[in-house]
Design a protein around this ligand. Structure first.
Ligand code: GUN
Length: 296
């Protein structure tokens, strides 16, 4: 069997186009421009690339983008003061603090200082609680993008066996909650799981998010399964830099029913979902009806 490729680039382009349509409507009908503020502390090169891409795509969707680049030695008090200022700015509907933060800063305190209504990452403890109890939350962007790909590929997920490999707060745990809310039978496995292969082999839906290059070979995959590979790992092969996922794509594509490639799978969905969450937050802030197709 050769797996169908799940084209995240194409799905992300459709979502961005839908976001841009809602932004145009907000501007024309209500005179509102959704605004996203992104805070970057320090000069981590990967984070700088993400933040630049977020800013560019925010503007391309017609929204306003505010970037705060702070030096590595920024104090917790100064960072909290900036968040307070963004929380009370009526032109800002989404606030995102890029992670990881330098080690002298307490990421939990910083994230929980963001107004939950503006928490477009869905990392604030009250959004985590809402998602965990099946209530209307801001949903973290990467798992939201994965769920959108799964729903559009499989339709109803009810009763399917889902295995999430990875237990991070950013991907693994919220992904498991979303799959549970869609009535899957969910297992969370991780780097310490004993006999990981046997868990993976049960999965109708396998979500890999551990950050270990090509650790899941094709013979761990149930024939016909849908495989969502979240990680983007940079490796050197044949003297060249290459991006690979947690799944060994070549052998997995021989067994799976469908699979996301790396790059071009989940990655493009993450920023598209961030834009969608910002429009959702803007509509909620102005008590306008929730836009169709941008959230769950
Ligand atoms: N760092 C890696 N992924 C993310 C994300 O989705 N949001 C934020 N804020 N930081 C990240």
């Amino acid at each position: 069997m050769t797996a169908q490729i799940i084209d995240g680039k194409e799905s992300a382009a459709q979502l961005r186009s839908s976001v841009a349509g809602h932004v145009a409507w907000l501007k024309e009908e209500h005179g509102i421009t959704p605004g996203l503020a992104v805070v970057l502390v320090g000069g981590d090169p990967a984070s700088e690339v993400y933040v630049r891409n977020k800013g560019r795509q925010t503007i391309e969707a017609g929204m306003s983008s505010l970037e705060h680049k702070l030096p590595t030695e920024t104090s917790q008090a100064d960072l909290l003061a900036l968040i307070e200022q963004l929380n009370s700015d009526p032109d800002i509907h989404g606030v995102l603090v890029q992670l990881p933060l330098p080690s002298h800063l307490n990421a939990d305190l910083v994230i929980n200082a963001i107004d939950p209504a503006k928490d477009v990452d869905g990392f604030h403890i009250s959004n985590v609680g809402l998602l965990g109890t099946g209530q209307n939350a801001m949903v973290p962007c990467t798992p939201l993008g994965c769920l959108m790909l799964l729903r559009s590929h499989l339709g109803d997920l009810s009763g399917l066996e889902a295995v999430v490999v990875g237990r991070s707060n950013i991907v693994g745990k919220p992904m498991a909650q979303l799959l549970l809310n869609d009535s899957c039978t969910v297992t969370i496995a991780h780097s310490r799981t004993r006999d990981l292969a046997s868990f993976c082999r049960r999965a109708d839906i396998l979500v890999a998010a551990v950050g270990r290059p090509e650790m899941i070979p094709g013979d761990w995959i149930k024939p016909g399964a849908t495989v969502i590979d979240v990680s983007i790992n940079r490796i050197a092969r044949d003297g060249k830099q290459q991006l690979v996922g947690d799944v060994d794509f070549g052998s997995a594509a021989e067994v799976a029913g469908a699979i996301t490639p790396v790059p071009g799978g989940v990655g493009p969905m993450t920023i598209a979902c961030l834009l969608a969450n910002t429009v959702t937050a803007c509509c909620r802030a102005h008590r306008l009806s929730e836009p169709e197709g941008l959230t769950l």
